[in-house]
Design a protein around this ligand. Structure first.
Ligand code: SF4
Ligand code: SF4
Length: 431
């Protein structure tokens, strides 16, 4: 399990309890369920979730049927719209075995009834995917997120098994099975010290070698001790993070808009368009993305699975009530209310929002606490993309397509001036 920013689904409306009492829960929320808790068959060096084993000493970390059914039933009860997402993550969720998920899907279908559409998602390291697994995932139309950090040498730097052995070949074999079975999949790539200086090598590998059409990049920001701000040497460097995003963005705007979806760029476009944040990290507040442990404990967020952020247990209290609770509301608004002055005055605040509070381990130049470790990278990235984002938004508002920028870049390449309107030469500007 790695740091996954939560993609907020298109859900809305008033959540309803089984007895139809409307509650004042957030208008949309997302639950990441961990049926094996933090347990994983691999031992990736940067994985923050393995240490969470200490929260439940002596536990077997297997979600009971009663918890699985309660999770599914409550998610379905809480959504009034026709689309419902059931999300699984880990640890490594496939360790539960395919039959657990067969029962989960059957139960979800029974609860949802024929009028509503279920979307099933699972995040996996891919190493345990058999043909039987893939046939099931295809039949039930799962969206499978697969964790790969680039080509073999870059992937294997930190993504190793419990014996310290590389895992790339096993991940690739799992992906091949997914593809052969026709399962919908996407790539989740963490960016860290080992691959931060190879943005195009990584991106082109996903696009050209794997044939990926949906890619998420997740920065690794890893504390040495949970209570202290110092970061490990594996953590991504802020400036390198900015350079990484810029290099991929420039490649993407030249060739791939509309063909390859890079989650970070879609989220940026939403911000420039004035739409609600598509990712929690770029939202003004938090609180709508909770984590469900194997025993029914519900936590404020996947990144805050600790005693202080335990909201309660869904076997005792409906998750809608827990989401609407004062501690969760306070957790959510703290993201906005704790922003340092430097962020409040920042020209790209509308897009960045100080990113995830988990990463706010630095001080501003005036010494104020709470600045994001990745600030320099985001400032560089969002500043860099401003001109092109405006062009894309203009195109969309005119009824066109954001991909029109590729045509503009092609034309600009012939006269060497950037289409963003800056008057600068293409090679010195956004491309
Ligand atoms: S703390 Fe907030 S921004 Fe960070 S992952 Fe959780 S919900 Fe998203
Ligand atoms: S770029 Fe830096 S200063 Fe601006 S909002 Fe983001 S973290 Fe804050």
């Amino acid at each position: 399990m790695v740091d996954v920013p939560i993609e907020l689904g298109p859900r809305g409306g008033s959540p309803m309890m089984p007895d139809s009492r409307p509650l004042t829960a957030p208008p949309q929320f997302h639950v990441l369920a961990k049926p094996t808790g933090p347990i994983c068959n691999l031992d990736c060096s940067y994985c923050f979730f393995l240490e969470k084993e200490a929260l439940y000493p002596g536990d077997r970390f297997r979600m009971a049927e009663s918890v699985m059914e309660t999770y599914i039933r409550q998610v379905i009860e809480s959504q009034v719209g026709p689309e419902i997402t059931i999300a699984w993550q880990g640890g490594e969720p496939t360790l539960m075995g395919v039959d657990f998920f067969r029962r989960a899907v059957a139960y979800a279908e029974e609860c949802a009834g024929p009028q509503r559409t279920l979307h099933h998602t699972i995040q996996t390291n891919g190493t345990l995917l058999t043909d039987e697994w893939c046939a099931f995932l295809r039949e039930k139309q799962f969206l499978v997120g697969i964790s790969i950090d680039g080509p073999p040498a870059l992937h294997d730097t930190y993504r190793v098994d419990k014996q310290g052995r590389p895992t790339f070949a096993r991940v690739h074999a799992g992906l091949d099975r997914l593809k052969a079975a026709g399962v919908e999949w996407n790539v989740l790539c963490t960016v860290h010290a080992a691959n931060q200086d190879s943005p195009l090598e990584v991106y082109k590998y996903f696009r050209d070698d794997l044939g990926a059409s949906f890619v998420q990049f997740i920065p690794i920001v890893e504390r040495i001790h949970e209570a202290r701000p110092e970061l490990t040497e594996r953590s991504v460097d802020p400036d390198a993070w900015g350079r990484f995003l810029i290099a991929v963005f420039d490649e993407w705007t030249r060739h791939d808009v509309g063909e390859v979806f890079v989650q970070m760029f879609d989220a940026a476009l939403a911000s420039w368009y004035g739409a609600p944040a598509a990712l929690c990290i770029f939202g003004e507040t938090c609180g709508n993305a909770v984590a469900l442990e194997h025993n029914g404990d519900l936590y404020s967020c996947d990144h805050f699975v600790d005693p202080e952020h335990l909201l309660g247990n869904i076997m005792e209290t409906h998750m809608v009530e827990l989401l609407a609770s004062a501690p969760q509301r306070d957790f959510g608004t703290a993201k906005r209310d704790s922003l340092p002055q430097q962020c409040r005055e920042c020209p790209v605040l509308f897009a960045c929002r100080g990113e995830c509070p988990k990463n706010r381990v630095r001080r501003t130049s005036s010494g104020e606490a709470g600045l994001n470790h990745l600030c320099a990278g985001y400032l560089a990235f969002f500043t860099h993309i401003d001109g092109v984002m405006r062009l894309m938004v203009d195109a969309v508002r005119r009824g066109g397509h954001a991909g029109e920028v590729m045509t503009m870049f092609a034309a600009a390449g012939r006269n060497d001036s950037c289409p963003c309107g800056s008057g600068r030469k293409t090679k010195h500007c956004h491309g």
